[in-house]
Design a protein. Sequence first.
Lengths: 261, 249
Amino acid sequence: MADADLSEAEKTFILHSVQDNFREDGRGNEDFRHLEVETGLISNTNGSARVRLANTDVLVGVKVQLTAVDPEKPEVGRLEFFIDCSANATPAFEGRGGEELGSEISAMLTRAYSCPSAVDFHSLCVLPGQQCWLLYIDVLVLECGGNLFDAVSIAVKAALFNLKIPNVTMTKDEGGVELDLSDDPFDFKRLNVSGAPVIVTVNKIGHKHVVDASEKEEECTLARIMLGVTEKGSITAMRKEGSGSLDSDSISEMMEVCKSS
Amino acid sequence: MAGMELLSDQGFRIDGRKPHELRRIRFKKGVFRQADGSAYLEQGNTKVLAAVYGPHEIRGSRGKALHDKLLINCQYSMATFSTQDRKRRPRGDRKAQEMTSHLKQTFDAVVMTELFPKVQLDIFVEVLQSDGGNYCASVNAATLALVDAGIPMKDYVIACSGSHMRDTPIVDMNHLEESSGGAEVIMAILPRCDQIVFLEMNSRLHEDHLSGVMDHVMVGCKDIFNVLNQQVQDELCQKTELDKIVTTG
């Protein structure tokens, strides 16, 4: 993502130290960096969160909107993800530079949340067969310090947790049913996000697996696997990235590591 | 909105301010480690982040390089959740491009461009929450980011907006006041030299009122400058005291 030029000596150092379960900043292979989560920052939105994972800074805002229901799934609401990689993160993201990365993250999140048990979609339905809530989840990547996918998914989960959906009152008219959104700032309902998945990225450096890689470690990675994991341990999405190849043993090992994180 | 006047009979505006009163300003420099300079500024409910990268080699087409001056590259983008209605495109629409060129024009006049020929400076502004005065907050945040990055400038650039309402000039408008349809004067000045770098006016304003409004906006800019300068100098003093302790103690 950002420019992290590593010399051969640095790469070798990282490679060897990881084999001994010792990373550049003194962590073990399975330790996460310091993580800070803040919610409710942006008053324009219905829910928001900000996550700082060492250098990585991600801001998420969620806005709700009443829309017509998807004819194939008339009883459930919908989520729509939009990732904006701001130029603040690195000048390479200026203009349309960050779109590729943004669409990758957005696709991964959509797959992770497409599982029916992730979020209680039925509670997002207002009028079965007619109206439902559409949640616009907008992610703004402010700074890239490695391990972007994890930070983004944590921020999304936190923002959904912070989300306040206004209560709707329905009045029956001759023409149909009229929906009134409550203006009262204290009249809302929350979304149950205990089943929401979090993406964990496991990088393969040499023969060992590393969780929460910094940028330098990401440069040394041959291949990585991203898993969307829920609290109960079930996997909702999986994706492999990188030019290295993995054999099936390493994949199952990495999945175990992911689940325990 | 029935019953809500922009300026009440007692002389108070919608958010309870007096006509010449500014919104609360809070800022923090150096919020990003990766950028050379960065600043986060809040003016009332408008929240803006600015990041500065550079000066560095020209990225992209070498043809754009100026042989005798620094090339300033700006980008203004708004987060999709920044406005009341969700914004589809963060950048690339006409408004953003207009803002980008205004910012570029403003900073071209202030940064000492003769010192850096053939290189490029990047200024990126991201609006997190928009409640009126987007341009002003962007300019102020970008100035702080340039100060944080240590780019040589002639002076601070401070921007403020103003209008004329019911025979009273008002200063620093929020979104409701801006969209009410009255005239809006936006000015960016160099406060210590009393020079105007950028001036824009929307809608109609009688010429008799114009100089009055401009004077008030100037005063508003100088007030903002005092607020920002005070905190920047305090932080600098604290930092130099700390350095003194480290080097001598």
